[in-house]
Design a protein. Structure first.
Length: 157
């Protein structure tokens, strides 16, 4: 009779980790390149309203944002709690909007100016008076492509 031999002494080989640092650096490099840093520091509280009929913006690079809301607590000490307009990183008045529109148009190629969109991110507690003032100034500046930012509503009524 023959002997049956068992393979007790043989184990599976260990997984090679020689290429692991290369993979980690490739992932790190990818995320460093793909990450977009926030361009604007919000100085106003903006909790946008919820809506059901939403459309995504096609070209976000041609979108300029106008924030309207109550100043954050560190600015509320000096400015109060009345709603304020924020253009880029500065507080502004409705009269500053025409200059803001002109500055944003200078940054874009002349062929793309008609496709520029001005997106209003308005806090849901803000009264419509300041919003209508901003809209009037946008009309004066011939910035007629306007967008209101909102979040999707999940519950159905």
């Amino acid at each position: 009779m023959g002997k049956f031999s068992t393979k007790r002494g043989k184990a599976t080989p260990a997984i090679s980790t020689a290429s692991l640092p290369d993979i980690i650096f490739i992932l790190l490099f990818f995320f460093m390149v793909a990450t977009v840093m926030r361009e604007t520091t919000l100085k106003v509280k903006v909790l946008v309203p919820k809506a059901t009929e939403l459309q995504k913006l096609e070209k976000k690079s041609l979108t300029s944002y106008i924030y309207i809301g109550e100043p954050t607590p560190n600015y509320a000490k000096t400015l109060g709690t009345a709603p304020r307009i924020q253009l880029n990183d500065q507080f502004a008045t409705p009269q500053d909007i025409i200059q803001f529109v002109e500055n944003e148009r200078v940054k874009v190629d002349d062929r793309l100016v008609p496709f520029m969109t001005f997106s209003m991110r308005v806090d849901k507690e803000v009264k419509m008076g300041i919003v209508s003032d901003v809209k009037q100034e946008l009309r004066k500046a011939n910035a007629l492509k306007l967008n209101y930012s909102a979040t999707p509503r999940t519950e159905v009524y």
